[in-house]
Design a protein around this ligand. Structure first.
Ligand SMILES: NC(=O)c1ccc[n+]([C@@H]2O[C@H](COP(=O)([O-])OP(=O)(O)OC[C@H]3O[C@@H](n4cnc5c(N)ncnc54)[C@H](OP(=O)(O)O)[C@@H]3O)[C@@H](O)[C@H]2O)c1
Length: 251
């Protein structure tokens, strides 16, 4: 399939690397911006071509990802001629779908997708709306697709992605603790990262509350959970979703 990217920054680069490391099933046509990132991807992968304009990307492709910043995105899209036979996939998190559809005009399909940088390694969640066989087939090898039934559901998943920095910061504090106890930085990082990754391995549709309750009575986990709950530290993660959702809805 011929796939275009309008905007080649952090997230588009991760997607292109994820796709290309899988093989050369698709051909990719990239906007010239960002010049360095597009050129580096074209140099690395034989199935990646840098186009000389955004219109050239649109003209070449059956599927076009919109992956630039929101700032002037709608103006850029209004200046391009899309075809009714094309499929558009928007990854710009903060522009309502109706505004993008209005800017690109009638196309074969329009989807809203939230990828995350780990898509580069073809792991992690990909929030997508609406559900379609086309998106399922395209993105299945790239991670775990979670289809939303509405844009409100997409926004809820988007809000949860706002916890990345807080999560890493929490791990950083644990690293400081481990180092103070004499563990090296490398060992701390290795242990902490694989420990937390393993907690969600094969969880599938398990009930998190039930998993939380699976602890030795009077044991270390009970002590840590009770202490954190009393400090409000556990509920604080969900409480912060309120202001994050407000910000998303205001955008
Ligand atoms: N980063 C993430 O984890 C993530 C996850 C999900 C969704 N998103 C969404 O993805 C979008 C891009 O995010 P990002 O983090 O990848 O940002 P980014 O690294 O700043 O990438 C944006 C890219 O768009 C290019 N660009 C600017 N104006 C353009 C134009 N007129 N035509 C074509 N390309 C143009 C920029 O080129 P220059 O460098 O030359 O300005 C830059 O390479 C955002 O809307 C964001 O909401 C990001």
């Amino acid at each position: 399939m011929k796939i275009g990217f309008l905007g080649v920054g952090t997230i588009a680069s991760c997607m292109i690397e994820g796709f290309c490391d899988l093989g050369d099933e698709h051909q990719f046509f990239l906007s010239p911006r960002n010049t360095q990132k597009s050129a580096a991807l074209a140099e690395r992968y034989g199935n990646v071509t840098v186009c000389d304009s955004n219109q050239h990307v649109v003209d070449q492709c059956e599927v076009v990802f919109i992956s630039m910043l929101a700032t002037n995105c709608l103006d850029v899209l209004r200046g391009l001629n899309f075809r009714a036979s094309q499929r558009i996939i928007n990854v710009v998190a903060t522009i309502p779908p109706e505004d993008i559809i209005d800017a690109v005009g009638q196309t074969k399909s329009f989807s809203h997708v939230i990828p995350l940088p780990a898509i580069k390694h073809r792991i992690g969640p990909i929030a997508a709306y609406p559900e379609s066989d086309f998106l399922a087939n395209l993105l299945m090898p790239m991670g775990t697709i979670v289809f939303a039934k509405s844009m409100d559901e997409i926004r809820a998943m988007q809000a949860i992605t706002g916890l990345m920095s807080a999560f890493y910061d929490m791990l950083h504090h644990l690293t400081i603790f481990a180092e103070a106890e004499g563990l090296g930085r490398k060992e701390s990082t290795s242990f902490i990262s694989t420990f937390f990754a393993s907690l969600c391995h094969n969880v599938n549709d398990a009930d998190f509350a039930e998993l939380a309750a699976e602890m030795t009575p009077g044991g270390l986990n009970e002590l840590a959970q009770r202490t954190l709950a009393e400090a409000g530290a556990l509920k604080a993660w969900a409480d912060v979703m309120g202001p994050v959702m407000e910000r998303i809805k205001r955008a």
